[in-house]
Design a protein around this ligand. Structure first.
Ligand SMILES: Nc1ncnc2c1ncn2[C@@H]1O[C@H](COP(=O)(O)OP(=O)(O)OP(=O)(O)O)[C@@H](O)[C@H]1O
Ligand SMILES: [Mg+2]
Length: 150
């Protein structure tokens, strides 16, 4: 099962993130894939805002993991720099803890991801338009995908 959303503006991307955020609870894990400028960080910022994170969420490229306190605790991971590493960074503690997590470049740590998760692929389809493809892994995320509207 996959669900696609075609958005035509930045505002619609933010609305989609907000609608999804309302359906999430810890320890849900989302993975985000998409080329440079696809909108991964934009989507993540809007999602975090809707989870009640008031601090500014920036791309964690040089830190791998940033953790935020909020109404719902939030982990933002960018594992790009772990490409050739076998480091165990305590993934289970993160992915089965009390926060919602977003993982960018998640395919690089595929084996460490929980089986149940929501894969999101963002494609650039025009200057301000994007295609979001949601691929739910497991029953919980199938239900969430069925409930999302835009
Ligand atoms: N519909 C849209 N959804 C998301 N971003 C959009 C949209 N329309 C225009 N943009 C612009 O596209 C850019 C997306 O950048 P963003 O940093 O979110 O991408 P990214 O996927 O995180 O890239 P990188 O891999 O370089 O970190 C922003 O400048 C944003 O304003
Ligand atoms: Mg980014």
């Amino acid at each position: 099962m996959t669900i696609e959303f075609n958005v035509h503006s930045l505002q619609e991307t933010e609305q989609l993130a907000e609608n999804l955020a309302g359906l999430l609870s810890p320890p849900d894990v989302l993975t985000l894939e998409g080329d440079l400028g696809a909108g991964k960080t934009t989507f993540t910022k809007a999602l975090a805002r809707s989870l009640g994170i008031t601090r500014t969420v920036n791309s964690p490229t040089f830190t791998i993991l940033k953790q935020y306190e909020g109404r719902v605790p939030f982990n933002h991971l960018d594992v790009y720099r772990l490409a050739d590493s076998d480091e165990d960074l305590g993934w289970d503690e993160l992915f089965y803890g009390d926060a919602v997590s977003v993982v960018e470049w998640a395919h690089l740590i595929e084996d460490d991801l929980p089986e149940e998760r929501l894969e999101i692929r963002i494609q650039h389809t025009g200057e301000a338009s994007r295609k979001f493809v949601f691929i739910p892994k497991g029953e919980r995320f199938e239900k969430i995908c069925e409930a999302i509207s835009l």
